[in-house]
Design a protein around this ligand. Structure first.
Ligand code: SF4
Length: 228
């Protein structure tokens, strides 16, 4: 099979035709404030969406997700509420620190960070405890509506296999390439579609290339299909 040229339109159209999102697929999207989103993203680190959703639910019920409530909460109660997200000792300490900083430095409202230019806002977010480039990009895109492209493990794997990003690219290089490949107004949609495609079809082990709507455009998939 000859490899056809891939474009952002093709990726968006093919994946959009195939994928129907369910609210349960992205528990962090249930966040109502930037602070909630920040906490949800911290809880989602190194764990599944199911465990993230469970922790968020318990945290909402037992303490509430505002900087004031979290700062007042007993550390043991906080740890127990977020237990199912894993690494809960570290995450509870980080969440407490974040609540304190958000109150002291931002008057309880993280929204003001999004008024700054993208890269300035990004550096400021990355100076917060527990916040790396991916978490900062999630905050900027989802809560701030800023044009950036968060890269999680699924986005990274799928975009490499499709050749949008090179194997050797680090996070920043991959982010720049994805931002050039997709038009800014589709960053959010493209990010979510690539994640879902990675979960359902372009799995880490045994990708389902023969059933993939992008096989015609994917040299990795075609090579793998031949070997099987
Ligand atoms: S053809 Fe295979 S490797 Fe390529 S995007 Fe589809 S599932 Fe992933």
């Amino acid at each position: 099979m000859r490899i056809k040229k891939l474009s952002s339109n093709i990726v968006l159209k093919k994946l959009e035709d195939e994928i129907r999102f369910d609210d349960k697929d992205f528990p962090v999207l249930s966040s109502k404030t930037p602070f909630e989103l920040l906490i949800a993203t911290i809880l989602s680190q190194n764990t599944s969406d199911k465990n993230t959703a469970k922790s968020l639910k318990k945290l909402r019920e037992r303490i509430g997700i505002t900087p004031e409530k979290i700062l007042r909460a007993d550390l043991k109660v906080l740890k127990s509420a977020i237990r199912s997200s894993g690494l809960y000792n570290v995450k509870a300490t980080v969440i407490k620190k974040l609540a304190k900083i958000v109150i002291e430095k931002y008057g309880g409202r993280l929204e003001q960070i999004f008024e700054k230019p993208l890269e300035e806002a990004r550096s400021e977010l990355m100076s917060l405890p527990g916040v790396g480039p991916k978490t900062a990009d999630v905050m900027l895109l989802f809560a701030g509506g800023k044009p950036t492209f968060p890269i999680d493990t699924h986005v990274s794997r799928v975009s490499r296999r499709l050749g949008i990003v090179d194997e050797k690219d680090d996070y920043e290089e991959a982010r720049v390439k994805l931002m050039k490949f997709f038009p800014p107004k589709y960053y959010l949609k493209a990010h979510l579609l690539l994640i879902e495609h990675g979960r359902r079809t372009c799995k880490a082990k045994n990708p389902l290339c023969r059933n993939c709507v992008l096989l015609k455009y994917c040299s990795f998939g075609q090579l793998l299909s031949k070997k099987l």
